[in-house]
Design a binder for this molecule. Structure first.
Ligand SMILES: Cc1cc2nc3c(=O)[nH]c(=O)nc-3n(C[C@H](O)[C@H](O)[C@H](O)COP(=O)(O)OP(=O)(O)OC[C@H]3O[C@@H](n4cnc5c(N)ncnc54)[C@H](O)[C@@H]3O)c2cc1C
Length: 403
């Protein structure tokens, strides 16, 4: 087949069937009468994207503030709908336990989100933490907040499941088909792929860390970063299974880590956040943690958990797209034909069914009630200009910290 041949003509094409793209495909296929095509450079659920690495945290009580509560609650309802539609268990309802010294800013902002959103929760003092969760090192003065609507998501399974659900409802996905470029015309969008041309009325671009390659206009707003994950072997795995051990975030001695219970029968995810800022090429760099980085992760993990073996048994690094203030972009280009979902900044997976719906609604009607004004290109351009001019804007808000 010649790369210049028209291979499909559709109403909406979704470029990048990862976390957000798969969910946008599901919503488009289930709630609109439009013809829908996904175009993905790899296979259905692969190891190269931001969703890879077994699991992600779902928090309803976001330490980044109540700005995200509506999206989190909408997403939780949609996770349940996707589970019901497909018969797959995607959300592990373990709760998310945040432990930190009393007064820690993350605990305070989590508590504010809980109060403002009236979210179900539990506070635990140091004695209760030691009694109920002996897996953690607990210092005098530590307190815990259990986000009872929180839990863990099986991320590769979720992406593959959303794709299957979309396909069952009539969407088509072209796998192993890199998109090489997108050109907007008056009558539509011309998408050049390795296999030929796709004509669409609208295109949703959800290409994660690869976004600036496909939409160079957002180069000033979005960058590619990488986030590592690590797993450790507990001495007693039965202490770390989802029936006894929740998803968690821990701040101790100035270090932050997060994790998910043991899902593979031998190891538990304990990931000290050592985000790698700005990577050049999401296809190649970086793919492995250095010996020094592994040693540092081990030191943090063994300090937080007395009952684990002092060595990383599994690790991986995943590319992600980020904005300067970690607020995502979910918006339509000036022409109205290109819809962009990018810059989820280590924090987007939990919201993906809600953000996928926003993207689908933007493609269908040009607006979405869940599109917060901070998520617009206009907002991000104003912030970029203010940064360039060294100005502090009046509408300042907390920076997202990830997961
Ligand atoms: C290690 C790590 C831990 C995280 N932890 C959490 C957490 O606990 N909780 C949470 O809510 N969030 C978390 N996040 C964030 C969350 O996983 C991401 O925000 C989310 O997965 C981003 O989704 P995306 O659709 O933008 O990108 P991706 O899921 O990476 O999807 C992009 C897709 O586009 C495809 N693509 C790219 N270029 C092209 C092209 N030219 N042609 C065709 N296809 C293309 C890619 O192959 C990929 O499939 C974490 C992220 C990382 C990296």
């Amino acid at each position: 087949m010649s790369a210049a041949e028209v291979i499909r003509t559709v109403d909406v094409a979704v470029v990048g069937a990862g976390s957000m793209g798969s969910m946008a495909l599901w919503h488009l296929a289930r709630s609109t009468g439009m013809s829908v095509l996904g175009v993905e450079q790899y296979g259905p659920a692969h190891g190269h994207a931001a969703f890879a690495g077994e699991s992600r945290l779902f928090r309803a009580a976001n330490k980044e503030g109540a700005l995200y509560t509506a999206a989190a609650l909408e997403a939780r309802a949609l996770w349940t709908e996707l589970e019901r539609e497909t018969g797959r268990q995607l959300l592990l309802k373990t709760g998310v336990l945040a432990i930190a010294p009393e007064g820690h800013p993350f605990l305070e902002s989590t508590q504010r989100s809980i109060v403002e959103g009236d979210l179900p929760h539990r506070f635990l003092d140091a004695a209760e933490l030691r009694r109920e969760y002996p897996q953690f090192t607990v210092e005098d003065g530590d307190i815990g907040i259990m986000d009872l609507l929180g839990g863990g998501l099986r991320s590769e399974l979720a992406v593959a499941t959303a794709q299957r659900a979309a396909i069952r409802r009539g969407a088509e996905i072209l796998y192993n088909t890199p998109v090489l470029g997108i050109d907007e015309h008056e009558s539509g969008v011309v998408i050049s792929t390795s296999e030929g041309i796709v004509h669409a009325q609208k295109v949703i671009v959800t290409t994660g860390a690869w976004t600036t390659r496909i939409v160079p206009e957002v180069r000033d707003l979005v960058s590619a970063i990488a986030i590592p994950l690590t797993w450790f072997m507990p001495e007693d795995i039965s202490q770390f299974t989802p029936d006894r051990f929740p998803c968690w975030m821990r701040d101790l001695d100035g270090d932050h880590a997060f994790g998910v219970p043991a899902l593979d029968g031998y190891s538990v995810k304990i990931a000290p956040t050592t985000r790698i800022d700005t990577i050049e090429d999401p296809d190649t760099d970086p793919r492995e943690l250095s010996r020094e980085q592994l040693r540092r992760c081990t030191a943090i993990a063994t300090r937080m958990f007395p009952g684990i073996l002092p060595e990383v048994v599994r690790s991986s690094i995943h590319p992600e797209s980020a904005t300067a203030d970690h607020v995502p972009i979910l918006d339509v280009s000036e022409s109205g034909r290109t819809i962009i979902g990018a810059g989820f900044s280590g924090n987007g997976f939990k919201f993906s069914p809600a953000y996928g719906r926003v993207l689908a609604q933007l493609a269908e009607s040009g607006s979405s009630a869940l599109q917060h004004p901070l998520f617009t290109l206009g907002h991000h351009r104003r912030r970029a200009q203010a940064r360039a001019d060294d100005l502090v804007l009046a509408d300042d808000y907390p920076v997202l910290q990830g997961h």
